[in-house]
Design a protein around this ligand. Structure first.
Ligand SMILES: *[C@@H]1O[C@H](CO)[C@@H](O)[C@H](O)[C@H]1NC(C)=O
Ligand SMILES: *[C@@H]1O[C@H](CO)[C@@H](O)[C@H](O)[C@H]1NC(C)=O
Ligand SMILES: *[C@@H]1O[C@H](CO)[C@@H](O)[C@H](O)[C@H]1NC(C)=O
Length: 362
């Protein structure tokens, strides 16, 4: 039956052309849609001096395949960029409603909602995985990303200030560790699906998603994570009962390194550079981007810290600020000694504040 076999062939072709799409591994994606082990991006604030036209939508981008800052190919509100390409996998999973994929999106400021999740962690991010692997994005943008039914978008409220994001690809087994971190994190999840098959491995995410009662969280928990390509990351998660400045009281002392810290310092009581403990934490106050653009930390909502000394080489990216009232918030940081990530962030620092006040030039 020629007509039938032609139909079969067409169906087979269709099937085959679909297979690579379905079989594609869940992963961080770069700006060409290729899978990458990790990427980091730094959205520039609107108010910066420099040569890039500043819409508040431009960003610097780097990934495991191209580990140096370059100006993003797109604007951050465009779905073709790395964030959009990565989220696209979540949108496809959401639409297909497959019960072999888990996801969660969380933020303390939820899009299209009046409630500020101040009872939840001061945490922002999303993750998507199947039983093979997945990704985790940690970022600083309030009201982002939109709920999956609305597709990709970037809130206009996120334009004025600098913002950071990091995406890491992990094999499945690492998500049981990440699930453990969620217990201290207590993220404000606003869209999620944790199907039955994940219940044993992701009990905390499952409960958070179902809004059911969580077991008692550890005050703080440090997890060692390994990316799909074997890059080591340390993840710091603190609960709201660890009441202290995570930068000074925990990260710097744990990593045994002096840190230069960039965070949002406009809300509440400012914490000054702190040299009280063995390892010190200094506030950055001027950032210099490639392409000669510079800005003051007052215009930056991003949250990151790097070792002061090049030999220590730590970079941490996360979701808590150095501000007195954030001592009571849960949240955390992901840290790495990846040389390229360190250099990229360390070279951005133009001034930081010494402990005796005044500025210190680098
Ligand atoms: C992104 O923002 C620019 C500047 O506001 C605007 O012209 C453009 O239409 C936006 N693109 C999308 C996809 O929203
Ligand atoms: C530095 O931070 C530690 C830990 O939060 C705190 O106990 C100490 O009082 C701070 N020192 C100053 C001078 O603020
Ligand atoms: C940055 O500024 C310096 C000095 O003003 C100039 O020599 C250099 O060409 C500029 N770099 C770029 C990328 O425009």
């Amino acid at each position: 039956m020629p007509a039938g076999s032609a139909w079969c062939q067409a169906a087979l072709l269709l099937l085959l052309s679909c297979v690579p799409l379905w079989a594609a591994e869940i992963s961080c994606r770069n700006e060409d849609g290729e899978t990458v082990d990790w990427f980091a991006l730094y959205k520039l604030p609107k108010h910066a001096k420099g040569q890039i036209p500043m819409l508040g939508l431009e960003y610097l981008y780097m990934d495991a395949l191209a580990p140096q800052w370059q100006l993003g190919k797109y604007l951050i509100n465009m779905s073709q960029g790395a964030l959009g390409q990565t989220l696209q996998q979540l949108y496809e999973a959401y639409e297909s409603k497959r019960n072999t994929i888990a996801y969660a999106i969380y933020n303390d400021e939820i899009p299209e909602s009046d409630s500020k999740g101040s009872k939840c962690g001061h945490t922002k991010g999303f993750l998507l995985l199947d039983k093979s692997q997945g990704f985790w994005v940690i970022h600083s943008v309030p009201l982002f990303p939109p709920s999956p039914e609305d597709g990709y978008g970037y809130p206009s409220t996120g334009e004025s200030f600098g913002q950071t994001a990091i995406c890491i690809t992990f094999k499945y087994d690492q998500f049981t560790e990440i699930d453990q971190q969620m217990l201290s994190y207590n993220p404000g999840i606003y869209s999620c699906s944790i199907p039955e098959i994940f219940q044993a491995d992701l009990p905390n995410l499952q409960k958070l998603c179902a809004k059911s009662r969580l077991p008692l969280a550890p005050l703080r928990h440090l997890s060692k994570l390994q990316s799909a390509r074997g890059e080591t990351f340390l993840h710091f998660a603190k609960s709201h009962l660890f009441i202290d400045d995570i930068y000074v009281a925990w990260m710097a002392q744990e990593l045994k390194t002096d840190l230069l810290a960039e965070s949002w310092q406009r809300s509440g009581e400012k914490l000054y550079s702190n040299c009280s403990l063995d390892y010190h934490v200094y506030n950055i106050n001027i950032i210099g981007m490639p392409l000669n653009s510079t800005f003051h930390s007052i215009n930056d909502h991003s949250k990151w810290a790097v070792s002061r000394k090049y030999k220590d080489q730590w970079t941490c990216i996360g979701d808590l600020n150095r501000a007195a009232e954030q001592a009571w918030r849960s949240g955390g940081f992901i840290c790495t000694q990846n040389e390229q990530i360190y250099k990229a962030f360390r070279h951005l620092i133009i001034h930081y504040e010494s402990c005796t006040s005044g500025h210190r030039e680098l």
